[in-house]
Design a protein around this ligand. Structure first.
Ligand code: ZN
Length: 90
């Protein structure tokens, strides 16, 4: 484990189940049994936890689609929540 990384178990920010977290200065990597692997910044994490569950899952789905298997940890970004909302039927 490289210096500056912290590994711990905590609630998954998407589904709430206990998941493995690895935190560096401004990036959290999560490995969740339900959600798979993803990463997000502190800012994205703060935004994510305020979203309802279905929007958190939508952000994860979009991150996976954009990564298309090319990234081992698809990146969740805060703005995607708002973008997803704008395209949802009301
Ligand atoms: Zn999860």
């Amino acid at each position: 484990m490289a210096a500056g990384l912290r590994s711990f178990k905590a609630a998954c920010p998407v589904c709430g189940e206990i998941a493995a977290h690895t935190a560096s200065a401004n990036l959290m990597r999560v490995v969740c049994l339900n959600c798979g692997r993803f990463q997000l910044s502190d800012a994205a994490l703060q935004a994510l936890v305020r979203l309802p569950a279905h929007e958190r899952e939508l952000m994860l789905t979009k991150a996976r689609q954009e990564a298309q298997g090319g990234e081992s940890y698809p990146s969740l970004r805060a703005f995607r929540g708002a973008a997803a909302r704008a395209t949802l039927p009301t």
